[in-house]
Write a protein that binds this ligand. Sequence first.
Ligand SMILES: [Zn+2]
Length: 184
Amino acid sequence: MPRWTWYAIVGVCAVAALTYAARNAILSVMTRSTTASKKGIKNTPDTPQERKRLLWLDERRAEVEAVLRERWPGMRMTSAYRNDAVNKAVDGSPTSRHRLGLAIDFGMGIPDYSEHARYLKDHRARLKVQPRTVIAEVTEPHLHIDYNDPLGIVDKPGAVVATAWRKELPGRAVGQARNLVELA
Ligand SMILES: [Zn+2]
């Protein structure tokens, strides 16, 4: 084989290895879970579709983060994916979008994120993909953001999204549903 063929083969392999490493780095961030590490559960995605969504969700994380950090540099993603085992361990709803790789939570250790939700709403034109639901939660304070399925499996392919912008009212009792109201 001529020398250039070897160079080409080595080049292609190097690119493949770098892509593989980059994808794994993204997945390890998107599957980080305090509960999982505490309980020694692996938060590995259950399906290849979930892995695909998480790589896509990382791009959503980046665009939301860019907007929020202009005003709150301390805002960071606190959690994203929960596989079935982890979702059960945190007592998460079986229909949670975190379970599907379609939701991200943001926080900075404060009790109220209504202002953050409103800021994101005001700057939504800068988001390439519009969220499905944005909720400023107060029971366990964080900003929850979830999306329609880009793979068109759990939602109709190309479904039009009208984002629901909500905030939770405080005072939820144990076992009670969250009291969500439209963001004023
Ligand atoms: Zn959430």
